[in-house]
Design a binder for this molecule. Sequence first.
Ligand code: ISL
Length: 565
Amino acid sequence: INAEPWWKTATVYQIWPASYKDSNGDGFGDLQGIISELDYVKSLGVDVIWLSPMYDSPQDDMGYDISNYNAIYPKYGTMKDMDQLIDQVHSRGMKLVLDLVVNHTSSEHEWFKESRSSKDNPKRNWYIWKPPKYDEQGNRQPPNNWKSCFSGSAWEWDEHTQEYYLRLFAATQPDLNWECEETREAIYEYAMKFWYEKGVDGFRIDVAALYSKVQTFEDAPIVDHTQKWQPFGSLCLNGPRIHEFHKEMYKKVTSHYDVMTVGEVGHCSREEALKYVSASANEMNSIFLFDLVEVGVKGLGRYDFAGWNLDDMRKAVKNMSGFAEGTDAWATAFSENHDQPRSVSRFGTDKNPKGHNKSAKLLAQMLSSLSGTLYIYQGQEIGMTNLPRSWPISEYKDIETLNYYEDFKQRIGDDKEKLEKLMDVVQIMARDHARSPVQWDNSKHGGFTTGEPWMRVNDNYPEINVASQVNDPSSVFSFWQKCLKVRKSHSETLIFGDLKIVDNGHEKLFIFTKENGNKKALVVLNFSEETVPYVAEEGYNLVLTNFDENSDSHLAPYEARTYIK
Ligand code: ISL
């Protein structure tokens, strides 16, 4: 029998612990809060939960700065709570996947504390240390011009030992040195096997393409002439030993367990992507590519956002859904996560209740028709939206946004108009849009906490919340339930089919087929707020739509239909 592994047809639901549900009134989400909502999660119809970092951490990057892989952040709970969570997820027939963050640790991790203590400490080589350079004026400079993903130089000066350490993200997120075998062994042991032995079912692998740095540590080419620090590009991304490292991780750890791995890879050619995820490569089961979440991003970073059109969407969907076609690799489908704004605000509308309801459903219908393992991010199932434009920068909490804002201010000065323009883009693209607390009901703070929430709840919680949707057959939530059922019952086309775009570049309609043998699905999406003429093809059965009635001659605004033959 050619049985497919369980993770291929699975739908994964991502939980970001700080903002899911607070059980003890301290204003932070926690593990007991998650446990209390497992029946809700199960009722959506998902198979797997991916839990973002719940490890001990100073939380400079919301847990992606880990100070101990084998302990729980106290505000989230204890190891006992974690064991209970694993158990409770399993007893409901679901699986639990954790986040594996091993490109870097927190600077509070014991490994780094030792490493920074002296140049001859045995763990010195576990991180990436380099002596300074000096410019013509004799001023101390970092070893090269690499820019941090969170603005500024990627190197941090350490007074104590008079060297710089590399940190591609925050100053408190030193990069581990994957060149050192002992470091890799420790990662496998503490960050991975420890959790597999506890029964977790896989990992989402953070920045999985960044571990191998080009060892010359040379300057990156200048692509942005207005700035001193330059994107590190291929000097860190998909580096020389990256596939060797992933093969080793697979051989030494992953292959010994019945688990799934999904690597955050982001940007690369199809050829490069297949190296990570072709089954015969024995590296990772699947990867996240950023085509869809970066629709409209035209420059070097997310704030170089230029708006989007349906052509951008078509191209992204084709790249994402189709990248594994005809190979032994596997795709993923997602439009949100904890680093991305809310998709209904970006690709649909949050401006009026009807448009919001219909466009959130249209996006659900599109996403659940794409190939690969499907991912839903907390709150997406009720159509949670971006934060209001009226919120000032002081409501934003994310280090990436705040550093960018400060850096921008330093470069352009306190120019009010330009800062307002930046806020226009922040309101579309910031990571914090995904990070505001889940809106459970219409009580104070959306029922997220009985205390003061660590981050303000979106003002629209009285209108958009779980309680008002779970028993309403016309809600976004109920529609997601339907989508997931239809996806499973037509998996041969929707999950496994090859995607072909058939709309001939229509300005408002996005139409594609998913084909597998003699089975064919036809997905018709009106991405506009207008009525558009459309006559359905003969010989198909309608299996899913976001309207109660469908016309023979046109599609209503944001109408979506899936036909099967
Ligand atoms: O969101 C980004 C900045 O605009 C991305 O570049 C992001 O930093 C990148 O996708 C890596 O993300 C992952 O690693 C980061 C962490 O902050 C993100 O939350 C995580 O998903 C560092 O661990």
